[in-house]
Design a protein around this ligand. Structure first.
Ligand code: CU
Length: 275
């Protein structure tokens, strides 16, 4: 065994350096704020969940790495091949404890930090909500407002015509005649709940507004919904956050958060889709 020692020492040092480098890289990478400034009311809650998880799992990562490196150093040089007085019970205990610890950290995060945010984002909208429908398809977002009557008209895939009727709205249904339809631009009001109905025509997409901390899969055959309250006026990026095909990269759009009165004026000025 003796002649092998220098090589094994080099291996232990190399492995230790690798673990430490990965840890340092991860910690430094998460230390700077990579998120755009929050522009929605529930966004602070999402950020606090991210901070909580980064700090707790980051601490576990650093401690775990230090312990692993110490064990490599102590037992990895061929000096100790069997541990004297090994105790299977204590081995089991030391395997179980970290699992329980990790589960407690994660569950506490979900229960105390995540659930209050979840309640803000899912559920039925208040009466004054801005209701809008987003239809995802390769590779664009088709936006529909319900018009003056406040209700969406029926749609039928058979009626779809990409230039004149991209949603296949059925003109036989009176509710659909005043719907407002356009592409790749969403308009909302600051301080009013936005209730976004989500539909997909072809594959799974994901509706994402990083500044609002909103991300929701859009699944064909299911009408999903998400709600949030814009808190700062401005224009923000909408992206598809699910790889949905060759043109996924260009499935972007813009959302404008208007001051409330400006939003009402804007919406009133939009033509009905049939005109
Ligand atoms: Cu997509």
């Amino acid at each position: 065994m003796k002649p092998k020692q220098p090589r094994q020492t080099a291996e232990v040092i190399a492995l230790s350096l690798l673990f430490l480098a990965i840890t340092a890289f991860t910690v430094v990478g998460f230390a700077h704020d990579w998120k755009p400034p929050v522009a929605s009311l529930h966004g602070e809650g999402v950020d606090s969940v991210i901070t909580y998880l980064s700090l707790t799992t980051g601490t576990i990562l650093v401690l775990g790495t230090i312990i692993m490196v110490a064990f490599l150093w102590r037992y990895g040089r061929g000096r100790v091949t069997t541990i004297p007085n090994a105790n299977p019970m204590s081995e089991r205990l030391w395997s179980l404890l970290p699992v329980l610890g990790m589960a407690a950290v994660a569950e506490a995060g979900v229960m105390f930090k995540g659930l209050p945010v979840w309640k803000q984002v899912y559920g039925s909208p208040p009466a004054d909500a801005v209701v809008v429908e987003l239809n995802a398809q390769q590779f664009e977002w088709i936006v529909r407002y319900p018009g003056k009557d406040g209700s969406f008209g029926k749609t039928d895939p058979v009626l779809i015509d990409q230039t004149t009727n991209p949603l296949g709205i059925d003109t036989a249904d009176v509710a659909g005649r005043d719907d407002v339809v356009f592409r790749n631009a969403l308009h909302l009001a600051v301080g009013r709940t936005a209730y976004v109905r989500l539909r997909a025509r072809d594959v799974v997409h994901s509706f994402s507004i990083p500044a609002f901390r909103v991300k929701q899969d859009v699944v064909p055959g299911i009408v999903g919904a998400i709600k949030f309250i814009p808190s700062r006026a401005g224009r923000y990026e909408i992206a598809c956050a699910q790889l949905c095909g060759m043109g996924h990269y260009r499935m972007g759009a813009r959302v404008t958060a208007h001051p409330p009165q400006e939003f009402d004026t804007w919406l009133a000025a939009q033509p009905e889709w049939t005109r």
